[in-house]
Unconditional design. Structure first.
Length: 154
């Protein structure tokens, strides 16, 4: 075969691979870019100011987005509750911080339904604090991430 024909075949093959998408498919976390469906026990989400649902790999990323300027006007935030694995509004769970349970981003905010269950989880998993959604501020997120005040949240 002629070199020009070989180059054309190679070029067409490369373009076909790019168009077909050689990488993994699925929703990516709006905050960190991880594949959301790779971590089904931790998925969180909200409806943005444009009315579109956005999904996140974990509550930590969802709160980082929600507490940033990009999260302004967002509503109907939800998390996957740890024990029941059901989509649950953030106001209906407590969040355990500092436990030995890690999420997709490492240190996690573990969402637990019911105060008694959350307090027991805190004790069993060596958590440091029990929080409500309104307690989770930018400063709390920085503390979880081990970042100094004034730095950005991831």
């Amino acid at each position: 075969m002629k070199p020009a024909v070989m180059r054309l075949i190679l070029l067409i093959t490369c373009v076909a691979c790019l168009v077909a998408g050689c990488g993994p498919k699925g929703d990516r976390c709006r905050k960190c870019g991880m594949l959301v469906d790779d971590h089904p026990r931790w998925i969180a989400g909200l409806v943005n100011s444009s009315g579109k649902e956005e999904r996140f790999c974990c509550p930590r990323c969802m709160f980082a987005h929600l507490r940033s300027p990009r999260g302004t006007g967002s509503r109907d935030a939800w998390v996957t509750e740890y024990y029941g694995q059901k989509r649950t509004p953030i106001g209906d769970v407590f969040f355990v911080m500092g436990s030995d349970v890690t999420g997709p981003m490492g240190k996690a905010l573990v969402p637990i339904s019911g105060r008694a269950a959350a307090e027991q989880f805190l004790k069993d998993h060596h958590g440091t604090r029990l929080l409500t959604a309104s307690d989770i501020t930018v400063e709390v997120l920085k503390e979880i991430a081990g970042k100094p005040p004034g730095s950005s949240v991831q």
